[in-house]
Design a protein around this ligand. Sequence first.
Ligand code: PMP
Length: 400
Amino acid sequence: VFANIVRAPEDPILGVTVAYNKDSSPNKLNLGVGAYRTEEGKPLVLNVVRRAEQMLVNDNSRVKEYLPIVGLADFNKLSAKLIFGADSPAIQENRVTTVQCLSGTGSLRVGAEFLAKHYHQLTIYIPNPTWGNHTKIFTLAGLSVKTYRYYDPATRGLDFQGLLEDLGAAPSGSIVLLHACAHNPTGVDPTNEQWEQIRQLLRSKGLLPFFDSAYQGFASGNLDADAQSVRMFVADGGECFAAQSYAKNMGLYGERVGALSIVCKTADVASRVESQLKLVIRPMYSNPPIHGASIVATILKDRDMFNEWTVELKAMADRIISMRQQLFDALSAKGTPGDWSHIIKQIGMFTFTGLNTEQVAFMTKEYHIYLTSDGRISMAGLSSKTVPHLAEAIHAAVTR
Ligand code: PMP
């Protein structure tokens, strides 16, 4: 019955790794997928994560029963505190419902399914450009996806005027997807003053903010600073959605651990919202996995372990910042034509280089460097040893 089935294309981001794996060159370099690598190019499991796992393994009272539909209670409480702040009035007033979901993607999807079922306005505005999966997640959940201007290729910075115009023209009630920090793929974030203007615009027009927080702590190395945008929106007492991922900031990629929080106007509404979230989750995957959430809860609830985590997180963020500097210095030393200062200005895991599709294809073919065709490079995949190879490839690509 499937004899005529059409072959689907590889995922544009994960497909980069597929191509990389097929390349036998010893100089090959994978700067596609956003996963942290050490200076030696190896995946990293944080010490604090290993320690938490040891504690979980040694605790014989732990069993493998199903979690509730909404996940691990401790994990949910601690996740809300992490993003909204320990002293958040919304948490103290029980106006937040948090459900454990399958990493950032699953949290976005559960939020989107809930909105499609219970919200009166089915249009969601996402930034242009944005993480490639956003369009598919929201469309398949039944929302209608529109974009708002975000990035200005001319300045390699924020198109703030365009953003205000597009969101200003959005129909009242529309949902707006915002990257909490370290915008993917551009690495361009609004300033705090700009966030405040965005907040005022959204609130005055009754637009519903949906934050995607996949990089808390990874942008600045400071967990509170990286949640500032979200906290501004919660401080005004209005509604807000937030999808959290622990993939990057705890290095728990494959554990699929994340959370969806919905901040409501009252505790009663929040509890009714949660009852409906359960109806969304139950037929999708029944209940979330226990291991990753237990690691996170173990770390977040112990002061020592929490502190150890922040130190390791800062070290990852700092290494990325140092890679930015090294790449910028290498291009400057070569005299590569163009202004490359955006490499050190952009924030988070990625640099949106400005290289075009042909230049990317050239770098892959001639230099065995793998990146997404939009010219995004994952700085976390670089090391002092590989920076010269990348700089040479970029130089060759722009001067050929
Ligand atoms: N949102 C953004 C902006 C991302 O970059 C990512 C990861 N690439 C995610 C969400 C979700 O990732 P995960 O499902 O692995 O948590």
